[in-house]
Design a protein around this ligand. Structure first.
Ligand SMILES: Cc1ncc(COP(=O)(O)O)c(C=O)c1O
Length: 412
């Protein structure tokens, strides 16, 4: 297919030949656990590739084996979901955490160090702070938005840095990380034998408004539960990178069993067609909610990419790294937890639930919900306060949302 074809066109046909499926215009669900080999040699070769015993040759299409290893619906998502990011290859997972944990376990070994921007999603935070250290992997946080000099200084005190991990923007504070700085620090720490990897969780803005590959990310990670799935009806994750890195990650996926399933993959295939238009409209709605929050007297501060109150450096990073601010907003009401809860309990059209990126607007309290595993100290250092509320804006009529939120804020 020609290189000039845009992502929004590519995602309707890449990776599927209707004539192999009775001419079905939309791919059927390949609900099967196992696949027939044409002959023993084909089976042998398929296993050599799947277990990383011998690399795939240029243009070689290995036979399918078993749905924990590969499946047509999963492979179609993997072929298409990279369209916007421009990555070579992808692996679909049972969840975002499946993608993150499997990727970490592929590249990190006892004695290695992972540097991570802080805060990150609560589950990732718990993996880094509590689980990886049990395998003698050291994990060291740096403040989201840190400069190259700050990350470099921290890195200079560490041994065997193998991964620089950034979530951009940070969940839930919406602070952008400097991806180029991450790349430069990783390069400075790399040796010819050992490349330090830059991993970026691009869930909040990607793939439409941010493509970390442009800044040298080796692996881009997604909770596909969010915008990619987009309807709050599935849980999935994606890791993207070079063919070589993704082949290694897929071996881990096969052995940990963190793969996605054909039904979920099929739903994601359907969601990909509307991903761009959903994200654009959700962003348009979010801007109007940001306008309300910025002028409402009960709101102390609003965090949203590109706002001048995020600071000059954040505005600069926003302009450099993204083509739009997306639809995640966090804001602090005047007061504390009680005042925040007042708003959460008063809204009618906002659904009180964690998660984000779906077509319906969700509202939550990071301090006691998504990020409650962090200690009060860790929360304070990461900028997660008791009066902070996070909103993921959906596709409802925005005037209704604005009215609903205004009324709830008036009650504070
Ligand atoms: C930024 C980010 N990364 C990763 C995850 C984890 O994804 P999942 O819930 O699909 O495992 C989440 C979940 O909220 C998230 O917000």
């Amino acid at each position: 297919m020609s290189k000039s074809i845009k992502p929004q066109t590519l995602i309707f046909s890449k990776g599927y030949d209707p004539h192999l499926s009775e001419g079905a215009a939309f791919p059927p669900v390949f609900r099967t656990s196992t696949f027939l080999f044409k002959n023993a040699q084909e089976g042998k070769r398929a296993f050599e590739i799947a277990y990383g015993l011998s690399p795939k040759k240029e243009g070689e299409i290995p036979a399918l084996i078993y749905t924990r290893v590969n499946n047509p619906n999963v492979e179609m998502v993997e072929d298409r979901v990279v369209a916007w990011d421009g990555m070579e290859s992808a692996a679909l997972f049972a969840s975002g955490m499946g993608a993150i944990a499997s990727t970490c376990l592929t590249f990190l070994r006892p004695g290695d160090t992972l540097l991570f921007s802080d805060p990150v999603y609560g589950g990732t935070e718990a993996l880094f702070r509590h689980v990886l250290p049990q395998f003698q992997i050291k994990t060291v946080p740096f403040a989201a938005g840190a400069t190259k000099a700050e990350i470099e200084k921290l890195a200079s005190d560490q041994r065997n840095v193998r991964v620089v991990y950034m979530e951009s923007p940070a969940n839930p504070t919406i602070v952008l990380n400097d991806l180029q700085a991450g790349r430069e620090v990783a390069d400075a720490l790399s040796t010819p034998e050992r490349k330090v990897l830059l991993m970026v969780d691009n869930t909040f803005m990607g793939p439409i408004f941010s493509q970390p590959k442009k800044f040298g990310a080796d692996v881009v990670l997604y909770s596909a539960t969010k915008f990619i799935g987009g309807h709050s009806d599935l849980v999935a994750g994606v890791a993207m990178g070079s063919q070589q890195l993704i082949d290694q990650i897929k071996v881990t996926r096969t052995l940990l069993g963190s793969n996605s399933d054909p039904e979920t993959a099929w739903l994601i295939l359907r969601s990909l067609g509307t991903l761009q238009i959903r994200m654009e409209k959700q962003q348009e709605n979010a801007r109007k909610i940001v306008d309300l929050l910025r002028e409402h007297p009960k709101v102390e501060r609003v965090a949203y990419p590109g706002l001048p109150e995020m600071g000059e450096r954040q505005v600069e990073l926003f302009r450099k790294q993204s083509t739009g601010p997306g639809s995640l907003i966090s804001f602090c009401v005047k007061g504390g937890e009680a005042e925040a809860f007042r708003v959460l309990d008063a809204v009618r059209e906002f659904k009180l639930a964690v998660s984000l990126g779906g077509v319906e607007t969700l509202i939550e309290h990071p301090g006691t919900m998504t990020h409650s595993d962090m200690t009060k100290d860790e929360q304070a250092r990461a900028g997660i306060t008791e009066n902070m509320i996070r909103i993921s804006v959906g596709l409802e009529d925005v005037d209704d949302l604005v009215e609903d939120l205004r009324k709830a804020l008036d009650l504070v």
